[in-house]
Design a protein around this ligand. Structure first.
Ligand SMILES: [Zn+2]
Length: 130
């Protein structure tokens, strides 16, 4: 049986498909001695400019692993990808408020999803104190 987790978790996992694609298309692996397998204890990974993205891709590539992640870690990984897409779009001069391209739509949805999660957490914390 396939594990799916909560609907919220599933949304985060599905939303990560897009930044995963974007990051892997941006990483230039032509002179990567590790063949894009990130190893934090390897010298060339420690000094690599693309190390953060590469590490992210290596730790967030399989749905099955993400289903077992603690929710906090999953959301933190998601936030990293949101920042990544955000930085990419500002470099490319997209206007997040007005632009209707796929990237900007993804980013708006991603932000909404994080907000929704945070509100849910706040509500849960309030209920726990009552
Ligand atoms: Zn755009």
């Amino acid at each position: 049986m396939q594990k799916t987790g909560s609907p919220m978790r599933q949304k985060f996992i599905e939303a990560m498909t897009y930044p995963r694609m974007l990051m892997s298309s941006h990483i230039d692996a032509s002179d990567c001695p590790m063949n894009r397998y990130f190893n934090p204890s390897h010298g060339s990974c420690q000094i690599c400019e693309q190390g953060k993205e590469c590490h992210w891709l290596n730790s967030n590539d399989e749905f099955s692993a993400l289903v077992d992640q603690p929710m906090d870690a999953l959301v933190a990984a998601f936030e990293f990808s949101v920042d990544y897409v955000d930085a990419y779009l500002s470099r490319e001069n997209h206007s997040l408020r007005r632009c209707a391209c796929e990237n900007c739509c993804w980013l708006r949805d991603a932000r909404r999803l994080i907000k929704k999660y945070q509100n849910k957490q706040k509500r849960a914390a309030r209920n726990a104190h009552n």
